[in-house]
Design a protein around this ligand. Structure first.
Ligand SMILES: Cc1cc2nc3c(=O)[nH]c(=O)nc-3n(C[C@H](O)[C@H](O)[C@H](O)COP(=O)(O)O)c2cc1C
Ligand SMILES: CCCCCCC(=O)C(=O)O
Length: 387
């Protein structure tokens, strides 16, 4: 029988009998507040902050709140199977960890702890190009866990080829190319503190360890970090790629490729036309375009237009099991969890990420069953009502 993720609920109640409670609350209304108590103000501001007025971050939550689940009864949903198939691989749950850079700003073990937590549950971690640890180190930490890699597409094609070759050699199966952050948006929380982690070398481990990147440097980063960082800034920000250049990525990666940051139906259609295997409907958690539409509002139209042709994944604002259910019902095949796992990492390292993930998955499992469904594939817009 498939693992019953909802069983985490019983595990927690049993802990209560033994006189213990979880290390921290995963209540989505208080989790980020708890994290703010342990992170530096700079790190917390960087993670929690959004672009401009924060309107898009709010729109992400408002979009979820407009949809309500309509539970069905007597459907025999006691036994459930949450597994889902993506690109020929079976995942235990339709949830992945979103690519999040610079995780060492919240915990010294950063991506290594996250990789271990994700692998323990069989959940793919999408490793960011802006990782604080190298591709190879994170692969080793994740052991047999499923590995996806996220590309920030550098302006230098040889560096791009080298990074992707390393990811492939290290066993990463699936590539996510993020399109919405070719330069950083106006982020008041960071600007008020004049804080950008990359300028201190945080989150630059992948290029700085890359032979093709190092070949561009006047001196090795170990001797002259400021020059290496300047080179990083020049190569990874302010880039000017267009749809016409996507064939290069296809040439460099022989596995599935998804484009992340899609919010318009026409861009989704272009992804299909470009031969991509999937997209992630996402507004980067409201960190890029202030005033953009809530990501969930973009999902149904996009899923309807291209969902039969490519895999449609979703992120931006997922906080609860109900949110996972709503996104799947509106056409996503799987969702990416973002900020909540970073808060878990900050609060309790590997165990914190595991606690956040297991709580979300148990919540999703129970919500799925209690609303009358046995499998994610049974979900459709008919499971929801829009206010
Ligand atoms: C601190 C932080 C760092 C991020 N770094 C990356 C990154 O390196 N690559 C990327 O594609 N997205 C990155 N994202 C965006 C996430 O992948 C995801 O789209 C976003 O967190 C979803 O919004 P949510 O966390 O509010 O649900 C980052 C987000 C945060 C909060
Ligand atoms: C090339 C831009 C690097 C940004 C990496 C972190 C990120 O995505 C974020 O939202 O912050």
């Amino acid at each position: 029988m498939a693992e019953r993720f909802g069983g985490y609920q019983n595990e927690i109640y049993l802990q209560g009998l033994a006189g213990t409670t979880p290390a921290f609350s995963t209540d989505p209304t208080t989790l980020d507040g708890a994290a703010s108590g342990v992170l530096t103000p700079e790190a917390y501001g960087y993670v929690a902050g959004g672009a401009g007025s924060g309107a898009t971050m709010h729109a992400n939550r408002e979009a979820f709140d407009r949809w309500k689940i309509v539970p069905r009864m007597l459907t025999g949903a006691t036994e459930r199977d949450l597994s889902t198939t993506l690109f020929g691989a079976t995942l235990p749950v339709p949830v992945l960890l979103a690519p999040i850079g610079v995780q060492t700003i919240v915990h010294p073990e950063g991506e290594l702890a996250t990789a271990r937590a994700a692998a323990a549950l069989g959940v793919p971690m999408i490793l960011s190009t802006a990782s604080a640890h190298t591709i190879e180190e994170v692969a080793e930490a994740g052991g047999d866990g499923p590995r996806w890699f996220q590309l920030y597409w550098p302006s230098d094609d040889e560096v791009c080829a080298s990074i992707l070759a390393r990811a492939r050699a290290a066993g990463y199966s699936t590539l996510v190319v993020t399109l919405d952050t070719w330069t950083l948006a106006w982020r008041p929380q960071d600007l008020d503190r004049a804080y950008l982690p990359f300028l201190k070398g945080e989150g630059t481990a992948i290029p700085l360890s890359d032979p093709a990147f190092r070949a561009r440097l006047p001196r090795p980063p170990e001797e002259d970090l400021p020059s290496a960082i300047l080179q990083w800034v020049g190569m990874f920000t302010g880039t000017d790629h267009t749809w016409e250049q996507l064939p290069l990525i296809r040439k460099l990666w022989d596995g599935p490729i998804l484009l992340k940051g899609i919010q318009h139906v026409d861009d989704a259609r272009r992804a299909v036309a470009a031969g991509m295997d999937g997209i992630v409907v996402s507004n980067h958690g409201g960190r890029q375009v202030d005033g953009a539409l809530g990501a969930l509002d973009a999902l149904p139209g996009i899923a309807q237009a291209v969902g039969e042709k490519i895999e449609v994944l979703f992120d931006s604002g997922v906080r609860t099991g109900a949110d996972v259910l709503k996104a799947l019902a509106l056409g996503a095949k799987a969702v990416l969890l973002g900020r909540p796992f970073v808060y878990g990492l900050g609060l309790a390292g590997e165990e914190g990420v595991r606690h956040v993930l297991r709580s979300l998955l148990a919540d999703f499992d129970l919500t799925l069953g209690l609303s009358g469904h046995r499998r994610p594939a049974e979900l459709s817009p008919a499971a929801l009502h829009r206010d």
